[in-house]
Ligand binder design. Sequence first.
Ligand code: ADP
Length: 294
Amino acid sequence: AVINFGSINIDHVYQVDHFVQPGETLASTDYQQLLGGKGANQSIALAKAGTNVRHVGKIHESDAQFKQAMIKHGIDCKFVDCTDIPTGHAIIQVTPSGENAIVLFGGANQAIDDKDILRALDDAQPNDWVLTQNETSNIDAVLSQAREKSLKVAFNPAPMTESVKSLPHDCIDLLIVNEVEAAEISGCSDLADIEAYFRKDWAHAEVIITLGKAGVRMLRGEETLEMPAFVVEAVDTTAAGDTFIGFFLSEYTYRGSAEHALRRACAASALAVTRVGAAQSIPDAQDVDAFLQR
Ligand code: ADP
């Protein structure tokens, strides 16, 4: 299984004519409440891709319906705890042109502690993978404890912060970054320089750099695998990266070759950008099969 230490957020999405101004009280024209968070999205993508995924996370006890929604997706939520800390959430304003402005509150996502990590990893099987992003607390302990248990570790440093640079890199087997994260970690702006940096300083790991509609590059030792993106009409790129990660890991960890996994992940994320929304835009395995057989 993939054990995902990941955020669970409630996305409060408000449609507004313009972003609220200082001192202004603005009525929104519509509202939706959705399950979100990079962690939850990646667990949903893994489950839809057909992989056993165990999510480790925290929500407030009054929000148990979100845990139920994850269970309905087929995610093992044995280690999703209900606490008295408010669930992580995002207040999202969306304008008619599709621009957004977001206030994020980490809440219960920031309460994952050493005890939670040890308990979840105590149950791990030798060929399990550990996955985490940068939206939960205590990531350095997740990485080092997973390594201590000789589990394979995949890390997606999103959203990027300075603290990522001081994490124990040597505990990471697979790093998945977008162009912005790759530039910030390496301190370089040119793709050739970025790759040279990862080849040198991350030689112990495989590194995937996703490049939006320019596709993806994977550095494995001396080798570089390249995969162009599929040409689709993009309407909403939210969760493209989360979909990519879920489908890539699903294929790579337990089934196929890196080439095959990259192709499948590109197909899944191309489908996701043709659909509006985050979790609801993630395709299932049959949709991806059909897309690849067009
Ligand atoms: P993130 O969402 O994390 O910023 P990217 O924008 O790099 O990540 O997108 C992840 C993957 O999704 C890309 O490698 C690509 O395969 C796919 N993708 C993203 N945008 C498009 C697009 N406009 N058309 C087709 N595929 C896309």
